[in-house]
Design a protein around this ligand. Structure first.
Ligand code: ADP
Ligand code: MG
Length: 219
């Protein structure tokens, strides 16, 4: 579940963003829509505890993020959130498998090679485990990114424009993988998107239209 209340973020030397409240139940699917610059990526970063709000509260999987010390937040995120960024950076200094193993290190738990291999298998890229990321195609990298997202069986999956650069067939496969992963973990799934294909793939999803709140509406 995710609840936000009176959430506000101020970019240093940038805009002040005030968000309408969001509620999504555990296991629910939320589509964050809204034009470019409306604050979708910022909201995802706030929900992941990657950014700290100037005001308001975010509760994710029953955890009020304001109650987590900065030191605990990273390990909490690593255990709880599957974050699928618009472009995942993987280190080319190590194999795909070693890149995924870093998730365990970040979460402070022993690494589990069997789980990594199972996740890569589930996404049809098991044979790529020993390759370097630069030896993979865009579509293969996207599957690896998805495998990484679900590795820790997250309670919440946050995906930022996951279909933006994909053709119809790859988009359909990627969305099905996201849906299957979320169902398997009973995870709450949030997808930031302005792609009509995503809404078609999740007809029952709650849609939240991201819009800039006017300063006057705050008082
Ligand atoms: P979206 O994901 O919907 O396109 P963003 O959350 O990326 O929107 O951006 C919301 C607003 O914040 C935009 O006006 C954008 O220019 C601004 N913004 C985003 N990142 C920064 C940053 N690091 N510094 C200053 N302004 C930023
Ligand atoms: Mg964005």
């Amino acid at each position: 579940m995710i609840e936000t209340r009176a959430l506000r973020y101020e970019y240093p030397a940038g805009p002040v963003l005030s968000f309408y409240d969001v509620d999504v139940r555990q296991g629910g699917v939320l589509l964050l829509q809204g034009k470019s610059g409306s604050g979708k990526s910022t909201w995802l970063a706030l929900a992941a505890g990657l950014l700290t709000p100037a005001a308001g509260e975010v509760v994710v999987a029953n955890q009020p993020l304001s109650k987590l010390s900065h030191g605990k937040r990273d390990a909490w995120r690593a255990r709880t959130i599957g974050f699928l960024p618009q472009k995942l950076h993987l280190s080319d200094a190590m194999s795909v498998e070693r890149n995924l193993a870093l998730s365990y290190f970040a979460a402070g738990v022993p690494e589990n090679l069997a789980t990594i291999r199972r996740a890569l298998m589930a996404l049809g890229v098991r044979e790529l485990a020993q390759r370097r990321p630069s030896q993979l195609s865009g579509g293969q990298l996207q599957r690896v990114a998805l495998a990484r997202t679900i590795l820790m069986e997250p309670k919440v999956i946050l995906a930022d424009e996951p279909t933006a650069s994909l053709d119809d067939e790859s988009a359909a496969i990627g969305l099905k993988l996201l849906r299957d992963c979320a169902t398997q973990c009973n995870a709450t799934l949030v997808i930031a998107t302005h792609d009509a294909r995503v809404q078609q793939a999740f007809p029952a999803a709650v849609v939240h239209l991201m819009a800039r709140r006017q300063a006057a509406a705050l008082s």
